[in-house]
Design a protein around this ligand. Structure first.
Ligand code: NDP
Length: 241
């Protein structure tokens, strides 16, 4: 039987590319989302991947949502913690709401989504936890103290969880993307892209969501069993960590 993969925030952007690549590789895939029903239904009808609406920052909703995934597809073997948001602002102007929304969605979700699946993975002696961080968690970014803190936090989480589960066949790894050509980045005016962003990227172009998905496919595979606690920087050479 094919393994089951759950991708949080799997209906749009990078997450949609990950869900699609996993399905094409033969996994049984569930894609989670927060509230954009229109995008989720479009994704579902285009890909035939079932979608599950629950808020990754809400522990009770995650417990219920993940049990629903398991009831439909079976126990989760591969969890891709991808859902994330930004609420940018300079720290001296930042509100606690901006801070906590980002910490809850991007960091608390490591607990809320991983806790319901980790015991089963340990019992079955196989699991893959793959976390989408960001280059801005590695190097810091102006206007993103909240996001940089959360995205750095997930790297520490992955290393500790990797240690706890290394002898149980469960690996925990992070991918830290740089600038990826998602809707948000594509909306940046052409002249800003050319003058401000592309010069920062040694390979001279934005990354594609499918390139992040290929990293996930590798980390999800049986062949990646010796890789744990690592961070794969997929950023075109922008930051070498
Ligand atoms: P998008 O904004 O395109 O998509 C976000 C997805 O996450 C959507 O499916 C959204 O659901 C879901 N989501 C958001 N909040 C929640 C929540 N509370 N509960 C459940 N699902 C939620 O994101 P990107 O593809 O741009 O980013 C994906 C990940 O990659 C994020 O972790 C981001 O930080 C990281 N990243 C992105 C980069 C980029 O260049 N885009 C660069 C580096 C890292 P809904 O559609 O319902 O809103």
């Amino acid at each position: 039987m094919a393994r089951v993969a759950l991708v949080t925030g799997g209906t749009r952007g990078i997450g949609a590319a990950i869900s699609t690549a996993l399905k094409q590789a033969g996994y049984r895939v569930a894609a989670n989302y927060a509230g954009n029903d229109e995008a989720a239904n479009r994704f579902k009808s285009e890909t035939d991947i079932p979608v599950f609406k629950f808020d990754v920052s809400d522990p009770a909703a995650c417990e219920t949502g993940i049990r629903a995934v398991e009831a439909e597809l079976g126990p989760v073997d591969i969890l891709v913690n991808n859902a994330g948001i930004t609420r940018d602002g300079m720290f001296h102007k930042m509100t606690f709401d901006q801070w906590s929304a980002v910490i809850r969605t991007n960091l608390d979700s490591m607990f809320t989504c991983t806790r319901p699946v980790i015991e089963g993975m340990r019992e079955r002696s196989f699991g893959r936890i793959i976390i989408i961080s960001s280059i801005n968690g590695q190097k810091g970014q102006m206007g993103q103290t909240n996001y940089s803190a959360a995205k750095a936090g997930v790297i520490g989480f992955a290393k500790a969880l990797a240690l706890e589960n290394a002898n149980k066949g469960v690996t925990v790894n992070v991918i830290a993307p740089g600038y990826i050509a998602t809707e948000m980045v594509k909306a940046v005016p052409e002249e800003v892209l050319k003058s401000k962003i592309l010069p920062l990227i040694p390979v001279g172009r934005l990354g594609e969501a499918e390139e992040i998905a290929r990293g996930v496919l590798f980390l999800a595979s049986d062949e990646a069993g010796f890789v744990t606690g690592s961070t794969l920087s997929l950023n075109g050479g922008q930051y070498m960590a």
